[in-house]
Design a binder for this molecule. Sequence first.
Ligand code: COA
Length: 388
Amino acid sequence: MTTRVGIEAFGFYVPHLYLSLDTLAERQGSDPAKFSRGIGQEKIALPAHDEDVVTLGAEAARPVIERCGTDGIDTLLFATESGVDQSKSAGIFAHALLGLPANCRNVELKQACYSATAALQLACGHVMRKPRARVLIIAADVARYDRGSSGEPTQGCGAVAMLVSAVPRIVEIEPVSGCYTEDIMDFWRPNYRRTPLVDGRFSALRYLHGLVRSWTDYQAGGGRPYGEFAQFCYHLPFSRMAEKGHGHLARQAGAEADMTRCRPGMVYSRQVGNCYAASLYLALISALENTRDDLAGRPVGLFSYGSGAVSEFFSAIVQPGYRDNLPADRHRKLLRARTEVTYETYLDLRDIPDPQDGGTALIRPAARGRYRLEKIDDHKRHYVDTGR
Ligand code: COA
């Protein structure tokens, strides 16, 4: 019997603070329509000082673990490009917070916004070989750009957790995929910098190029024809990028670009901003939770892009009963129940705790979730489970 493999459960987390892009536009003296229409974003999700990719990732994974238990989870893959340590995986901190079994491998993966897709493909391969195994993937990032830079309005943060198993209750991942790697400098962050260096317009062009090349490779590998897809989900640095990608792909396929087949995937991202590795999977959750038609049995096309650059196009089949396995109400409530911050608070939140001398930084409680960064002491990060 062939093993079916895919996503058994999804979780998404965004912290409770955000900056409205209208506020940023006002302070920058820009037209708010440039952000709302030109780049297609409304809000920037912001982490409090006691939140980072570890706490966001653990928050995203907690409902998955509560729902599905830990049986069979033998691997945790943590996908991020805003990790908290150059050596230790953020996944080890998350593993402890979540109380996962000790007989579990654990590694952090990085390739800009693409790494969660590598994690997903590796997880599928592992489950094919060992069908009783389950893999927990956590994709979490905090996207911060220089103040006043063109990337600033595209900032955001968030985390997605996915449990990959041979019981794909939400989507089955199909084996055909198309890949494309090229060595370019469109977005990168040297070890000594907190914010990336980015050639934004160049990266947008390479995104479109990577989309065509990975689609072509997907087709050459026996992929589905364009017309079969019920929805397309794209990596979302900002939602207009995906609209451009959707039009570009349609032209490549000789088809009409039907925007109703990509817009449901953008609903959450407009409210959150870029969350790098998590962004494509936030788009998939958004498409599943915001497409009115029943998608059961229908294919969804997924395009992953990580600057530097790696692109991958692949497909998933939505499973019968997927709606019963998605916590859509929880996700909508999370997005609704947030607090808007002033521009001054936004500036303060950019100043993350940084005791480079090895001193003690006690961090004021602000996170609304269950997990928080309590202090950094002697260069060690201490996380707590508040039990909330
Ligand atoms: N009302 C409506 N739309 C407006 C507008 C206004 N007042 N002013 C500008 N716009 C439109 C522009 O026409 C443009 O649309 P188009 O691309 O369809 O022509 C869009 O808003 C963006 O304007 P632009 O001047 O190109 O923005 P920018 O150069 O300041 O920033 C990026 C755009 C992509 C370069 C920037 O967001 C960035 O650096 N992002 C980070 C990197 C990134 O996300 N890369 C994507 C691939 S991963």
